[in-house]
Design a protein around this ligand. Structure first.
Ligand code: NAI
Ligand code: MG
Length: 361
């Protein structure tokens, strides 16, 4: 039996609570689904600053490299607000992503039927929604050189960030999108601004030629990113996989996320070309509710499901976890973030542990 080496990095705030919930699901997968895990655990973020003086220790990084997948809770919090910029909790997460060369960020926007009425859109527009964003994570305007704030000769200041993509960077993320689409509904929408940005024009050219050479069995559409933003609220179910760059992916995936309900529901995966994937909820450490036992653990549990699917080759177990979440929601159980707005049986509003127990059951 394959032993999956899984490193848990709970981090800060509610990260600790939701990771405890994930542990319950892992234990159930071992007991009832015949899976076997070699579990490691270490600190990241503020917890690592407290323990090791840095937000990601070299030894922790070595543990991550030796794992099949890394599951992270969340980092950050007011306790570490006075840390110098480069030693903030968030720097630990950025270093982890960079060292593992995680260039592909996968974010599903999935609408669970029981939550369709909580969407900001009408039920029929979002019921059954299942979009997978494939966002380039290692390049683009967030990393392009030169960067900085410069003072001109006349005393005025200029802030500089440069959008820069190489053909190889575009192709490697496009490969991920086409491969994902092949396992889904076979459709990729590539979003850029080729009308006004040369980096977007190169993006369109590279995606088009890769498609023609190797992926003609996939349906490819190109869409300008601003139109994509509109289409996401107009007719979101037209999409299967959305392939896009770092900046547009940041915005468009956040937009789509809100069609499907709470931040507490959203998982993510970040993949490299080899080595472990990093799986984490989209939300942060939620200092406002940390320690109260009320945080929604579903984003973290669905991140575990993504790890099972994309890094551990345990698709059936991933399906089982997602079905369990669907069932618990259909049975009316809600954490407080999902119960806001009423129309929920107050007896079925449960905490972090209760939700984990319900999903396990
Ligand atoms: P946040 O995502 O932590 O919280 C935003 C709001 O959503 C809060 O009201 C919070 O209570 C609620 N919320 C978030 N996750 C929830 C869950 N699972 N269940 C129920 N409610 C939930 O974002 P915020 O407040 O902007 O940042 C707090 C800290 O987290 C900061 O230090 C920030 O830098 C960090 N952060 C870390 C991230 C990460 O580790 N990947 C991502 C985003 C923020
Ligand atoms: Mg964002």
């Amino acid at each position: 039996m394959t032993q999956h080496r899984l490193l848990l990095l709970p981090g800060d705030g509610i990260g600790v609570e939701i990771m405890a919930a994930v542990r319950k699901v892992i234990a159930a997968l071992e007991t009832h689904h015949g899976l076997s895990f070699d579990l490691g655990e270490d600190q990241v973020g503020g917890a690592a600053i407290d323990a090791y003086g840095v937000p990601l220790a070299d030894d922790t990084l070595a543990l991550a490299r030796a794992s099949d997948a890394v599951l992270l809770g969340a980092v950050g919090g007011p306790k570490w607000a006075d840390q110098p910029y480069g030693n903030r909790p968030e720097a630990g997460l950025l270093r982890l992503r960079k060292e593992l060369d995680l260039f592909a960020n996968l974010r599903p926007a999935l609408c669970f039927d029981a939550l369709a009425d909580a969407s900001s859109l009408k039920r029929d527009l979002v019921a059954g929604l299942d979009i997978l964003f494939v966002r380039e994570l290692a390049g683009g305007v967030y990393f392009g050189e030169p960067r900085g704030i410069e003072t001109q000769d006349d005393g005025s200041r200029v802030g500089i960030n440069t959008q820069r993509y190489t053909d190889a960077e575009i192709r490697r993320i496009a490969v991920v999108a086409f491969d994902m689409a092949a396992k889904r509904r076979g459709r990729v929408t590539s979003a850029e601004k080729s009308n006004v940005m040369e980096s977007g024009l190169l993006w369109r050219e590279e995606v088009t030629s890769l498609h023609a050479a190797s992926y003609s069995h996939i349906t490819l559409d190109h869409m300008l990113a601003d139109n994509c933003a509109m289409q996401l609220v107009k007719q979101p179910k037209q999409f299967d996989v959305i392939l896009t760059d770092n900046l547009f992916g940041d915005l468009l995936s956040d937009e789509a996320a809100m069609l499907t309900g709470s931040l507490g529901m959203l998982p993510s995966a970040s993949l490299g070309s080899s080595g472990p994937g990093l799986y984490e909820p989209v939300h942060g450490s939620a200092p406002d509710i940390a320690g109260q036992g009320v945080a929604n653990p579903i984003a973290a549990i669905l991140s575990l499901a993504m790890a099972l699917r994309y890094s551990l080759d345990e698709g059936a177990a991933a399906d089982a976890v997602e079905r369990a979440v669907d069932r618990v929601l259909a049975d009316g159980y809600r954490t407080a973030d999902l119960a806001a707005g009423g129309a929920v049986d107050s007896a079925k509003v449960i905490g972090t542990d209760g939700m984990a127990d319900a999903i396990v059951a």
